[in-house]
Design a binder for this molecule. Sequence first.
Ligand code: C5P
Length: 234
Amino acid sequence: MGKDVIIACDFSSAAETFAFLDKFKDESRKPFVKIGMELYYAEGPSIVREIKARGHKIFLDLKLHDIPNTVKKAMSVLSNLDVDMTNLHAAGTIDMMKAAIEGLTKPDGSRPILIAVTQLTSTSEERMQKELLINASINDTIVKYAQNTKAAGLDGVVCSPLEAGMVKEACGNGFITVTPGVRFADGEVGDQVRVTTPERAKEIGSDYIVVGRPITQAENPVAAYRRCVAEFVD
Ligand code: C5P
C-alpha cells in the first residue's frame, strides 16, 4: 500500500485554502489534502470540487454518526463528490458502518477508502470511563472498535500513531491506519498530546499521516511538506 502524507487544510475560507495550495503549484508531488468540518461547512461541496479540479487527492473528514438509514443516505450524496477517502464514527455500531458502505458504493462497485474514528484522541481514559460509562481500558476500546470496523467491511481507522501497531496486530497489516498527532522532533507540539515524528510513525506502521499546523503554519510550508515526505514516504 502506498504510504502518503495528508495535509490537514484547517482553514475557514476557500480564499485562504487556495492561497496556501498555490504554494504547491510547482511541486511534482501533489499533496493529498484533508478537508474537515470547518472548511466544508464554510464553503460547501464546491470546495471539494475545486480542490479536486486542481488535481489533489481528498480525504473528506466529516466523521458521520447517526442512525444507519441517515448515514447511508448522506454517504450516497457524498459519493457523488468522488473523494478518495472519507470517515465516520465506529461508535455508530456495525450496522451503521455497513449502511455507510452501501450508501458510498457506486453502481460500478467502486467507492472511496472508508475509515472509522475509534475513540477521539481528545478523549481520556478517565472521561471515557466516568462520562461514557465504558469500563474497559481505552486501548481495549480502540482495538474492539477497530475490530468492529473490520467486521463491517471498512478499510481501516483513524488513530494516534502510537496506537497503529496494536491496531495492525488486532486487525492485520492490510487494515489501514490514518494517524494525526504528528510533529517534527524539533517542532512545537501545540494542543496535541500523544504525538510522534513522521519517521517514528513510519516505523510503527501508519499508512497515512495527517499533518496540519507543522506544515500550514510553517515559515516554508513546501519545505515542511517535503520533510514529512522524506521522513515518512521515501
Ligand atoms: O495541526 P495538527 O497537525 O494537530 O492537525 C491534525 C488534524 O487531524 C486536525 O485536522 C485534527 O482535527 C485532526 N484529528 C486529530 N485527532 C484525531 C482526529 C482528527 O488531530 N483523533
